[in-house]
Write a protein that binds this ligand. Sequence first.
Ligand SMILES: C[S@@+](CC[C@H](N)C(=O)[O-])C[C@H]1O[C@@H](n2cnc3c(N)ncnc32)[C@H](O)[C@@H]1O
Length: 279
Amino acid sequence: MAGTDSYLLGRADAEVERLTRQIVTLGSDSEAQLDRIGIKHGEKVIDLGCGPGGVLHLLAERVGKRGHVLGIDRGRHFVELAQGFVKSRGLTQVEVCEGDAYDTGLPRASFDGGHMRLLLVNVPEPERAVRELVALVRPGGWVASFEADYLPCCCDPPLPALDRLMEAYAAYAHAQKIDLSVGRRIHRMFREAGVTDISVDAIVHVFPEDHERRWFQKRLIDNVRERMLEGGFITRDDLARDMAALEAHLARPDVQVMSNLFFRLTGRVGHAPVAARPH
Ligand SMILES: C[S@@+](CC[C@H](N)C(=O)[O-])C[C@H]1O[C@@H](n2cnc3c(N)ncnc32)[C@H](O)[C@@H]1O
């Protein structure tokens, strides 16, 4: 695998745990999106940046045993976990391989459909991953993208400690050339890559007192805390103080927590030629 691997959120156990939880917590939002596409039994589809499982089981269910799902991820450990995930479910139609979403090296126009979830908010050149996904899908085939935008991510009553933490996280992400507001512009990236019939919706969730995802901001920052400290985006004392304040705030039943905005795009690959393997 070429290049260095600097996944924004790291690949420590805590990130594995977060992504494993996400298989379930984002499952129904992804199912609603996939159901709108009309995926057929027997289709051959690809998922870029599949993580330790992502939506592989949802795609497998839709293409059936005669179809084929290929999951690609850059993290070897994530690939192994995803292989275990599909094996434990008996999903023999799913294959998971290590690869780079910017340049998979796979034959052009060789899939009936291509999907990615929360990949673009983690890579510095999202356009490259979009162009690669589109180039992998045959003309007339479908593409789907599920992407985050951090705009409304907040709680009420507001907490200055959370605002400071998110500011430090945004500075950390910015230094890695990550666009935390990428969700709102995916329609443009896919259109420029030659996708037509684009349809986009956006969802946001409010997490009640006992909701598992209420803690997502704390977990996100926990996972990159050492990197944020090393980069000087926050001091150890400020981090400890603000994280303690956040924990106490989230435990209060009268505090309302809102998710990020999630943009869900579906479209068709046009018949006009699109740029292959951009560099
Ligand atoms: C936030 S996770 C999302 C995982 C999964 N799609 C899901 O929704 O649960 C982002 C994933 O993208 C992978 N990733 C990051 N950069 C990549 C690249 N250049 N090529 C392939 N995968 C990449 C990471 O290893 C990680 O598994």
